[in-house]
Write a protein of this length. Structure first.
Length: 256
């Protein structure tokens, strides 16, 4: 049994910096642009020193509620400026916050998100050399929930999925492809004082995933529901560990 107090040993260091939505250095701006995709607005990130002969991992980022695909410009440089190509589709509906866009949890909203994500992946593959077996999807809040839902529904299309402060989606069909999903690396991350993803809910989600035999890494951070630079650095390490095969034998356990 996974006890709530067991999460205390899975914490990362307390020295974290909050992301500032408008604070990305001028030299990074040229790495971001809007893809020419008529069906849905997306933003792309080109890594520093991009080499066309190398097949890059792709990070598909699903933004927070009230933001847009432009959140990629704040996020990706704190993941890595060199290791990944990045792409971010726009949320499928106007946000209830009165600004930006959001992801929806209903069936129609999920279908729209699925189309937006795969359209974004196709558009960026037309422009960059992407490794077909190294497409990772990640997001924050409802974006993280949507990322995990997509990956569990299509485990053959993704190399892994990460959620920061976004609980697992509910529904009895979440693990309908459980045999394939067992091979899909998952990163579940939350903050100690999170209202959106409290410890009790994290433990419930872990019990479900472990009972299904899924490969789960867990990270807990200080603070509340803010996305921090430490979280994004951990995302880079987690992705590169799998790209380099470091966690090849870590199935069916929780990583500290």
């Amino acid at each position: 049994m996974i006890r709530q107090e067991s999460l205390a040993v899975l914490s990362t260091m307390d020295d974290e910096t909050l992301l500032r939505p408008t604070a990305h250095p001028e030299q990074w701006r040229s790495a971001f642009d809007a893809c020419d995709e008529p069906r849905a607005p997306v933003a792309a990130f080109s890594p520093t020193g991009y080499e066309a002969g190398y097949a890059y991992p792709l990070v598909v980022w699903l933004h927070s509620s009230g933001a847009s695909e432009e959140e990629l410009a704040t996020v990706l440089p704190h993941v890595s400026c060199r290791n990944h190509v990045g792409v971010a589709p726009r949320g499928v509906a106007p946000s209830s916050l009165g600004r930006g866009y959001a992801w929806r949890g209903d069936r129609d909203g999920y279908a729209a998100a699925e189309e937006s994500v795969f359209t974004a992946i196709d558009s960026v593959k037309n422009r960059f050399h992407i490794h077909n077996n190294r497409v990772f999807v990640a997001g924050v809040g409802v974006g993280g929930t949507t990322a995990v839902r997509l990956a569990l529904a299509h485990p053959d299309r993704f190399a892994g999925a990460a959620t920061f402060g976004g609980p697992l989606p509910t529904g009895d069909r979440l693990l309908r492809r459980v045999n394939e999903a067992r091979e899909l690396p998952l990163l579940i991350a939350a903050s100690r004082k999170s209202d959106a993803y409290p410890e009790g809910r994290v433990c419930e989600d872990l019990r479900l995933l472990h009972s299904a035999g899924c490969r789960v890494a867990v990270r807990q951070y200080p603070g509340d529901d803010d996305l921090t630079t430490a979280m994004l650095s951990d995302l880079d390490r987690w992705i590169m560990d799998h790209v380099c095969g470091v966690n090849a034998t870590s199935a069916n356990r929780t990583d500290a």
